[in-house]
Design a protein around this ligand. Structure first.
Ligand SMILES: Nc1ncnc2c1ncn2[C@@H]1O[C@H](COP(=O)(O)OP(=O)(O)OP(=O)(O)O)[C@@H](O)[C@H]1O
Ligand SMILES: [Mg+2]
Length: 312
């Protein structure tokens, strides 16, 4: 699929389609690589998910396993769905490798993990000596987690085990993280892995609802003192001028700097609103370029966007 010229309803991908975000993406990647868990929180529709996905794509390119869970897209907010989603993604990312021996042991392993035994202990009790065997066990465990068994704790443990066995780290984006509070016991399970020595799993939490996120991090809550906040900076005017100028050129529309600056002024530089004006302008231009000046079309697009319910 060709990337959209003026996306307004989806994260902006791939990375090079994001206007003015190269610094933020590199900065966030560095912080995660430290490693330090990060909270990417801020107002609605400023590009948090776009930036987070770009960072994950970079980490994957570097050979890491980087998983991407949007809590608002789970069929239901419970541990089984969260664990199942993670396990399926981890499998698709090739976490672990299956082997005959492990297939035979996997049922026993899952039963024990489901009963709450630590996965590491379970593995050593079952006599897994080498990393290769541990990886295979991870694969088998993840394969069995599709139906919701053996639970979030065991899936996180298997991701950590994979990281250790491959001497790498597993990165995990939890988007719309405010919803984590609604998944029973999930914040505690996640916090437990945040504090794990060596940080085999590095978390990137993203979300918008200030009050809900504050609740998740209220004193005494498991995630209260975990990680650091990463502020997404405003996109500067120069970046908008260059980025939108190129985008319009791609659409066959030549605009003056002043006209793009006028759009950014009207949107206050808010990313989603700016793109909404740009998208409306694109439409108006196609219909009316023959009869209206560019100035008029810019004003028409701004007027249209401001009246749109999605503007708020
Ligand atoms: N760097 C960018 N360049 C151009 N447009 C952008 C950029 N970042 C965000 N946008 C605009 O904002 C919209 C929302 O982006 P995204 O979903 O990444 O934001 P968000 O902060 O995660 O939103 P939400 O609050 O809904 O989770 C995009 O569809 C696009 O219109
Ligand atoms: Mg988002």
């Amino acid at each position: 699929l060709k990337p959209l010229l003026f996306p307004t309803d989806q994260p902006v991908m791939p990375e090079f389609r994001q206007i003015g975000r190269a610094g933020a993406i590199a900065g966030l990647e560095l912080r995660l690589a430290e490693p330090a868990h990060q909270w990417l929180v801020g107002p609605r529709r400023i590009g948090k998910t776009s930036v987070a996905k770009a960072v994950l794509a970079r980490l994957r390119k570097g050979g890491s396993i980087a998983l991407d869970v949007d809590l608002s897209k789970l069929p239901a907010l419970d541990q089984a769905n969260l664990a199942g989603d993670l396990a399926r993604q981890a499998q698709a990312a090739d976490a672990g490798r299956p082997s005959d021996r492990v297939q035979r042991l996997s049922r026993r392993l899952r039963r024990q993990a489901a009963q709450g035994a630590g996965l590491g202990q379970t593995l050593s009790r079952l006599g897994f000596a080498s990393d290769g065997e541990a990886l295979a066990a991870v694969a088998a465990l993840l394969a069995g987690a599709d139906g919701g068994e053996p639970g979030l704790g065991a899936v996180l443990a298997s991701l950590a085990l994979h990281a250790r066995a491959t001497e790498g780290r597993t990165y995990l984006l939890l988007d719309e993280v405010q919803l984590l509070a609604e998944v029973a016991d999930a914040a505690r399970q996640v916090a437990r892995w945040c504090h794990e020595p060596g940080a085999p799993i590095v978390f990137l939490f993203a979300g918008s609802e200030e009050s809900a996120i504050a609740a998740l991090r209220h004193r005494g809550e498991p995630l209260a003192a975990v990680g650091q906040e990463f502020q997404l900076p405003d996109i500067g005017l120069e970046d908008w001028l260059a980025g939108l100028g190129n985008r319009f050129r791609e659409a066959g529309i030549e605009l003056h700097r002043e006209q793009i600056a006028r759009m950014v002024e009207a949107s206050g530089g808010h990313p989603r609103r700016t793109m909404m004006i740009a998208s409306k302008l694109n439409g108006h231009h196609r219909q009316q370029a023959a009869v209206l000046t560019s100035e008029r079309i810019v004003e028409l697009a701004i007027h249209d966007a401001e009246r749109d319910r999605a503007w708020r």
